[in-house]
Design a protein around this ligand. Structure first.
Ligand SMILES: [Zn+2]
Length: 135
């Protein structure tokens, strides 16, 4: 199912320094299943996630409330946390998940959480500008 993307991701990681990083802004040949998002698209996704935070706060969710995110396995702010099926994940992870889905194609929340828990979280690392980790 995800064999193709898994294989290419592993290849990138195992290739260590041998694989040259693409220059920023470089867009290779496009395929419908996998593409590099533009900075604008990444910002748009992060912006939508921020709207969930504002929405929750507007609805009276306490800014001090927290959840335990099943993906990053950390205590994270409740405002902005998003429910995907039976999983309730933090804003930062939801951003990673949405970016991954937008750039790589179909990805289930279960697959994402498994990848995060089994040491493949670097596959989902966001550009530093979008990283929403703890301050
Ligand atoms: Zn998380």
């Amino acid at each position: 199912m995800v064999a193709t993307s898994l294989a290419s991701a592993t290849e990138l990681i195992d290739g260590s320094s041998a694989s040259p990083a693409s220059p920023p802004g470089h867009v290779g040949h496009r395929s419908p299943r996998k593409r590099r998002l533009t900075a604008h698209q990444l910002t748009a996704i992060a912006h939508v996630m921020q709207l969930f935070v504002e929405d929750d706060l507007a609805l009276g969710v306490s800014p001090d409330a927290s959840i335990r995110c099943p993906a990053c396995e950390r205590k994270r702010p409740r405002p902005g946390a998003i429910s995907y099926g039976r999983y309730f994940i933090c804003t930062g992870c939801a951003t990673e998940f949405e970016v991954a889905r937008a750039s790589r194609g179909p990805l289930s929340i279960g697959q994402y959480i498994r990848d995060k828990q089994y040491g493949e979280s670097e596959r989902y690392a966001l550009p530093p500008a979008l990283h929403q980790g703890p301050p």
